[in-house]
Design a protein around this ligand. Structure first.
Ligand code: ADP
Length: 249
């Protein structure tokens, strides 16, 4: 308790698209070592905010700070290098390439963002033990030699998570980690995120309130680009403004 360190902070962060404020004066503080959820109805600005945090979009105004460092306007590669990793999208997987080769490439790429650098087999081999460790963490040991295209949906999401973990990030951003999953995969993912969040800070977006309630230490509710409410899951779900926003009244 007491002086909890803030790992990620935004100050009056704003993103306009042709005058439309998708993210509007958002000031957020993510405490080191916590799991922080971003929720809100469709169009609330969650994806835009994630893109601002990772450098995929440049803010119209405001700041993003990682620890003491102002990372506003930095390129995605630089931000990744400073320790923010985002779970990869399934679309970035190569169907024909093996699961373990994906992880080795992520380990070989300093930012983890690209498969742009071709490495020799002998260079790649040095990454094998760490790659297998990461696959063990996400429960994919027995699929390590399989082609990524042959994985079940939940396994592809687990592989994405391993690729993000390959960066050993201080801050892990998870974009709808349970989207499209059945109950069993949802519960497996909750357990997995809990496990890999040890010693890290996690920010995630998810629509499933069971997931949010199970994982989040702090929940920020966005609506129309602005922070509507913030607190524990219990606090925000009993907040009249939040109830009204979700019921659309
Ligand atoms: P969420 O992820 O919470 O559903 P988004 O961040 O995707 O919300 O979108 C927030 C708002 O910004 C929406 O109204 C959306 O239409 C708009 N928006 C998002 N990206 C763009 C863009 N590139 N150009 C114009 N409008 C956009």
């Amino acid at each position: 308790a007491g002086s909890a360190a803030v790992l990620l902070e935004t100050r009056d962060l704003t993103k306009e698209f042709r005058g439309f404020r998708a993210v509007s004066d958002v000031s957020l503080r993510v405490v080191e070592g916590t799991i922080h959820a971003l929720v809100g109805p469709n169009g609330a600005g969650k994806t835009t905010l994630f893109n601002l945090l990772t450098g995929f979009l440049t803010p119209t105004s405001g700041q993003v700070l990682l620890g003491d460092r102002d990372v506003t306007g930095m390129q995605p590669e630089q931000i990744a290098h400073l320790g923010i990793a985002r779970s990869f999208q399934i679309t970035s997987l190569f169907d024909q390439m093996s699961v373990v080769d994906h992880v080795e490439l992520a380990l070989a790429s300093p930012t983890g963002l690209g498969y742009r650098f071709w490495r020799s087999d002998s260079t790649m081999k040095q990454f094998r033990p760490r790659a297998m460790e990461l696959l063990e963490q996400v429960g994919l040991t027995d699929r390590s030699g399989a082609a990524a295209g042959s994985l079940a949906y939940g396994q592809k999401r687990a592989l994405e998570l391993a690729l993000a973990l390959a960066l050993d990030p201080k801050l892990l951003l998870l974009d709808e980690p349970t989207a499209g999953m059945g109950l069993e995969d949802v519960d497996r993912t909750i357990a997995l995120v809990k496990k890999v969040s040890a010693g890290r800070t996690v920010v995630f977006v998810d629509h499933n309130m069971h997931v949010v309630g199970s994982l989040a230490d702090t929940v920020t509710v966005l609506q129309s680009g602005q922070v509507l409410a913030e607190g524990t899951y219990e606090q925000v779900r009993n907040d009249q403004k939040v109830i009204t926003a979700y019921l659309g009244q």
